[in-house]
Design a protein around this ligand. Structure first.
Ligand SMILES: Nc1ncnc2c1ncn2[C@@H]1O[C@H](COP(=O)(O)OP(=O)(O)OP(=O)(O)O)[C@@H](O)[C@H]1O
Length: 304
């Protein structure tokens, strides 16, 4: 497996609060990695660290196999483009001028490729219009174009859909998918808009209190979700006891309902439950969404 980013036991403190608390994560080459977590979980801190804007206090990370302690990390980071928090654009400049400025900053030998870049992000027709007169979605796309100026093969986007209207969200989604599929760009995208991420991500990393509590591929997630059964019984106390005995993974939803993960024989389950005087009222397959998976994952977490 080839990884674009590997982080291991990263720690970062601000005064007394731990923003990263032993974070370990793996972004596979070619992935669209959905980096999911509540506000304050540590997403931006991780992104700032891998972009070289902050130093971790402990742990290490690798970009394209180059450790953060190696001198070559600077070259490895040139393969990354990032939009962190708000896009870094000059509001008094047009889209083209913004990209030209970035070419200058990067010391690129020519201005080749600027019109293609504008075309790619859907800003080709904006002419002399200044970025301050752009919609939020256009600014976000311009930010992505600026991040793409050095032809990176790893793009890092911090909450790119934040504040966008539905049309803006669709445009960003289509752009990200295109960059990934047509240009083979690996994408790390932080978001708490789960529904939106589920249309994009090939992998997920769930972060809570500065730690990744689960990494899972979209395929694995689909399999887990498909196998979820919602059982309605007379007592989930008894059901939990039986499921524990059978070694099944489950989440209690209410006094009478629970979700059971993995393969389950309804006959065996009903038989075991009836021995303890518990009746099965109904069992049906549930198409668990990313959101309910997230809630069940975070439900067991600490909230300090
Ligand atoms: N410059 C700073 N000084 C002090 N504390 C900070 C600073 N930056 C972040 N923090 C704290 O570190 C923790 C992690 O913040 P971070 O911005 O990385 O989270 P996040 O997951 O990106 O959240 P959000 O989605 O709100 O941006 C939070 O508790 C935050 O308050």
């Amino acid at each position: 497996m080839e990884y674009v980013l590997k982080a291991s036991r990263l720690t970062k403190k601000y005064k007394n609060s731990k923003a990263l608390d032993g974070l370990t994560m793996h972004v596979e080459k070619g992935a669209i990695y959905g980096f999911v977590g509540k506000n304050g979980a540590g997403k931006t801190t991780l992104i700032r660290i891998i972009c070289g804007l902050q130093r971790p206090e402990g742990g290490e990370y690798e970009v394209y196999g180059v450790k953060n302690s190696d001198k070559e990390i600077i070259q490895a980071r040139r393969r990354m483009g990032a939009v962190i928090e708000t896009p870094s654009i000059y509001l008094e400049m047009s889209a083209e001028e913004n990209i030209r400025e970035q070419y200058r900053i990067l010391g690129l030998p020519s201005f080749d490729g600027i019109s293609e870049l504008l075309e790619l992000v859907g800003l080709a027709g904006t002419g002399n219009k200044k970025a301050k007169n752009f919609s939020l979605g256009m600014r976000q796309r311009l930010g992505i174009a600026v991040a793409l100026a050095g032809s990176p093969d790893f793009l890092v986007l911090d909450e790119p859909a934040n504040g966008l209207d539905p049309q803006g969200i669709i445009e960003i989604r289509e752009l990200i998918l295109r960059l990934n599929r047509e240009y083979q760009i690996t994408v790390l995208i932080s978001s708490h808009i789960l529904d939106e991420l589920s249309r994009l991500a090939t992998h997920y990393g769930f972060i809570e209190n500065g730690r990744i509590i689960k990494e899972i591929s979209a395929k694995e997630l689909e399999a887990v979700c498909r196998k979820c059964m919602r059982a309605e019984v007379t007592s989930t106390v008894v059901l939990s006891r039986v499921l524990e005995r059978l070694g099944m993974e489950y989440t209690v939803v209410s006094d009478t309902q629970a979700d059971i993960y993995g393969k389950v024989s309804i006959t065996d389950l009903a038989l075991e439950l009836s021995k303890e005087g518990c009746e099965v009222r109904s069992v049906h397959e549930r198409d668990e969404s990313l959101e309910s998976y997230y809630v069940s994952l975070m439900g067991g977490g600490r909230d300090e």
